[in-house]
Design a protein around this ligand. Sequence first.
Ligand code: UFG
Length: 329
Amino acid sequence: MTSPILVAGGAGYIGSHVALALADAGRKVVVLDDLSTGRRDLVPAGAVFVQGDVGDAGLVRRILAEHGCDGVMMFAGSIIVSESFQAPLPYWRNNVGAGFAFLDACVAAGIRHFVYSSTAAVYGEPDRLPVPEGAALRPISPYGRSKLALEWALADACSTGACSTGTMRFAALRYFNVAGADAAMRSGQVSPVATHLIKIAVEAATGKRPGLAIYGDDYPTPDGTCIRDYIHVSDLAEAHVRALGHLEAGGDSLIANCGYGRGYSVRDVLDAVEHVAGKRLDIRTEGRRRGDPPALVADSSLLKRVLGWSPRHDDLDLMIRSALDWEAR
Ligand code: UFG
């Protein structure tokens, strides 16, 4: 009998897909979310839902004790690179302050398995692509620095003898660019203000906004626009379920990139959206957006090798199709 999993931030885009994948795998799920950006209706029907702050250590300890959780997954936080330059301190407060309070509560409660939502933004501008986990960590935004800070705190908490039980192990999954929606349309990307490329492009394609801008076409890439590695949210969710299974089976702590190892430029993505939607978008070019590295592509061989993960939705058109279906819904 496996114990329930606490999914912090489980009403958000990625957290809700992982909560669904856990529930689909027969796991009991407890979601903690303050609904500041998440939505109650994205939480799986059978999950326990608690509305509250992940940085409220007392609340976290009560939930962990009440439900007898052995493992947690942490998705809550602030996630927009450009916003983190305008308001860096809320990024440190939410991602590091609240994140640390959550971690501390987990350590105090004797939690044994901690899966953390990390990011490719910890690499900054990598020297070579695809970027492996061992590459230099040189985040270029407050967002990337705040995510890395908690990753380091987590690694320290899990080092021998550092936590109260000395038994916590972790998986930090470094996401590249996440897109798409659940095949059954139980969840998809929701954001009060969209900033991610595919989300904005499908909003434009469904008439929710007049058009969109390409932020910079003078990067040192073949067509001058930034290159990213887009991964379907359902494949990412699967990686989390496997990471938890790995820890529960006694596997060592691990840090793993989550991407397909293939890069698409902003123009490639917009061409694909026009093709899949069957309509032209109104696209203008603007200056570069602060904090955007020219290119990020994952070396995800560790994820495949250690967790036996293999992508099932590695197709840009299909990813865009599912994002469009969700948007039109
Ligand atoms: N872009 C545009 N126009 C838009 C929106 C985005 O040209 O309207 C461009 C950006 O400039 C960038 C690319 O599209 O070059 C992707 O931007 P997103 O905002 O979709 O995603 P980011 O790459 O900024 O960030 C995402 C996650 C981070 C993660 C990062 C890693 O939000 O958590 O991917 O690649 F770290």
